[in-house]
Design a protein around this ligand. Structure first.
Ligand code: SF4
Length: 71
């Protein structure tokens, strides 16, 4: 796991110094982001290591899908 620096401090996996504490994260194109928790098929395919990929043109078009609200 590479060092992941993240500024999303309300994430369950966020740590002091902006270090992500997750064992693994899933990053995918915004266009594939799920907004309905019942539709995680793309996310799960990436997480399970299936050969699945998509192109984007800029970093702003990608996002971490591992985010979970910290309570
Ligand atoms: S899981 Fe994603 S959003 Fe959460 S701290 Fe890690 S990189 Fe940031």
């Amino acid at each position: 796991m590479p060092e992941v620096r993240c500024a999303v401090n309300n994430c369950h996996f966020w740590g002091q110094g902006n270090f992500c504490q997750a064992n693994a994260i899933v990053v995918q194109p915004d266009s594939k982001a799920y907004t309905n928790l019942n539709d995680e098929s793309y996310y799960n395919a990436v997480l399970q290591g299936h050969e699945i990929s998509s192109d984007v043109a800029a970093s702003a078009e990608t996002c971490c899908q591992t985010f979970r609200q910290k309570y």
